[in-house]
Design a binder for this molecule. Structure first.
Ligand code: G1P
Ligand code: ZN
Length: 542
């Protein structure tokens, strides 16, 4: 039976870099999720007759939210829903299912790499029929609808069983509960040289994949251990838990410290990797060597042709603006286009759809290709494994050869988390005011060539996105970028991105923090980070 529930708008239901993210308890307030879901359906012209993919990363409230959304979709007259068993779907697997089944989009429940649990974070985002995150026009329409909402429609029905694969019915809507892994694993088999990778594992190649108690556990076990023959136990923390077992499922050296310790220790396996809450991010580590995400993007792009799915070469390479320019050098050498987009995967969608680029990536541990419209953690791990299997070299050897050929873009990101929003805003405003006066001035012995606030004109649809981050570029192409995070749920997070290019052949193995020291000094002085934020040091360095 369809029910219409009267309600009033909630403040602040504005989707950020990647959907609406709030503390879990905020989402648990009566009508809160419902209001956003109704606004979402209204913003896309209703749900009647449509087919949606629904699933999430298994964090606390995932299952309840799936039931709420299913009831609401049915009440709006949706035709059917494809749901991962247990309500689970990694973000890239959801993107694939949206495309594979030619659906009208999908609703993904996740706060990505943020911790989960009743006192941690929850999130929801909508992906469009191309499988990618909704563009700003759509998320703005959702936000607008949240401000005027007066009622929502749902069903008065008990929960359905999400645990059994097969079809069931919710009023007039059919619900298909599917294996969350099978179609995704088949896609991976179509892209990569599984026999070559299997042979390498059979030959004694060892790896560790830390799933951080999040959604990729079942995917990694099936693909790495069962299909590729990696030793049992290669996947650790492989069972998705509602609170991620207390882990912070953010694959970076700070949060994936268990993996880092193992990879830097005496008994390290050949290859290490980790993924985040919803499976779209990845960190790659070789024995004794950390691979920065910007370098990983460049190495993957330079070697992708070694995988069957990319043997025809790349159409182009795209990176987000704060990501290092290492990938640009690869594109230039290949003679293909390269693109610099604002932060957030949604900006890659048009380029991928238009066939202008094949591989894209962000410095924030995100890499992916045109196989889906999200970044894809396991995809990156498998492409690395494919490259390692074909080249027969170690991660360290591959990196060294890469830098020797292209030079090295030393790179680091310094995050200042949970600072007071007003102070962070004041710092950014003061910096923006100063921009026109900066070119020609000197900081820490370096001269500024250009300073601006990054704006992007989408080459496909001409849409313009402004205020995407303050860039300070020095005469030797070294660079500082300042941005405030759009995904945090507490106060503000200042991200400072630091880059310095050294052409080689010398100086290719410096410690990045040491190589970047003058730029770090300049970054603090220029923006007055210490005075504004009260912090002299970042709390996360990647
Ligand atoms: C962060 C990353 C960004 C990524 C996004 C979603 O956004 O920096 O690259 O696309 O998460 O995973 P931010 O918090 O910086 O807005
Ligand atoms: Zn994520």
């Amino acid at each position: 039976m369809i029910e219409t529930i009267q309600t009033t708008p909630f403040e602040g239901q504005k989707p950020g870099t990647s959907g609406l993210r709030k503390k879990t308890r905020v989402f648990m307030q009566p009508h809160y999720l419902e209001c956003f879901v109704q606004a979402l359906f209204d913003a896309i012209g209703g749900a009647a007759g449509k087919v949606f993919v629904i699933g999430g990363d298994g964090r606390f409230y995932n299952d309840t939210a799936v039931q709420i959304i299913l009831r609401m979709a049915a009440a709006q007259g949706a035709k059917s829903a494809i749901v991962g068993q247990g309500g689970l779907l990694s973000t890239p697997a959801a993107s694939h299912l949206i495309r594979l089944n030619k659906t009208d989009g999908g609703i993904i429940l996740s706060a990505s790499h943020n911790p989960g649990g009743i006192d941690e974070d929850f999130g929801i985002k909508f992906n469009t029929p191309n499988g990618g995150p909704a563009p700003e026009t759509v998320t703005e329409a959702m936000f607008a609808a949240t401000k005027t909402i007066s009622h929502y429609k749902t069903l008065k029905t008990p929960d359905i069983d999400l645990g059994t694969i097969g079809s069931t019915q919710l009023a007039e809507m059919s619900v298909q509960i599917v294996d969350p892994v099978a179609d995704y694993a088949a896609l991976m088999e179509s892209l990569f040289d599984f026999p070559a990778m299997r042979a390498r594992f059979a030959d004694g190649f060892t790896m560790r994949f830390d799933a951080m108690n999040a959604v990729t556990g079942p995917y990694a076990r099936d693909i790495l251990e069962t299909r590729l023959g990696a030793a049992k136990g290669s996947v650790t923390h492989g069972t998705p838990l509602p609170d991620f077992g207390g882990m912070h499922p953010d694959p970076n050296p700070t949060w994936a410290h268990e993996l880092m310790a193992e990879m830097m220790g005496g008994a390290a396996p050949d290859f290490g990797a980790a993924s985040d809450g919803d499976g779209d991010r990845n960190m790659v580590v070789g024995r004794g060597v950390y691979v920065s995400p910007s370098d990983s993007l460049a190495v993957l792009a330079a070697n992708a042709h070694l995988a069957p799915g990319y043997s025809a070469g790349l159409k182009g390479i795209a990176r987000s603006m704060p990501t290092s320019a290492a990938a640009d050098r690869v594109a230039q050498a290949m003679g293909v286009e390269h693109f610099e987009t604002p932060t957030g995967w949604k900006f890659f969608g048009n380029l991928l759809d238009a066939g202008r680029c094949t591989i894209c990536g962000e410095e924030s541990f995100g890499t992916g290709s045109d196989h889906v419209r999200e970044k894809d953690g396991l995809w990156a791990v498998l492409l690395w494994l494919n490259i390692l299997a074909v080249r027969g070299q170690s991660v360290a050897e591959i990196l060294t050869e890469h830098w020797a050929r292209y030079g090295r873009n030393y790179y680091s990101r310094h995050d200042f988390e949970a600072i007071e929003t007003a102070r962070a805003d004041a710092m950014m405003s003061a910096l923006r005011v100063k921009l026109p006066t900066l070119p020609g001035t000197e900081f820490a012995g370096m001269t500024i060539r250009a300073a601006d606030d990054f704006a992007y004109t989408d080459p496909v649809d001409g849409s313009v996105s402004k205020n995407q981050g303050v860039r300070i570029i020095f005469t030797d192409d070294s660079r500082i970028v300042y941005r405030l995070s759009g995904t945090g749920t507490e106060g503000a997070t200042l991200r400072v991105y630091l880059e310095r290019y050294l052409p080689g052949p010398g100086d290719l193995h410096l410690d990045p923090q040491a190589a970047l020291a003058p730029i770090i000094t300049a970054a603090h002085a220029l923006a007055g980070i210490d005075q504004y934020t009260g912090r002299t040091r970042p709390n996360v360095i990647t």
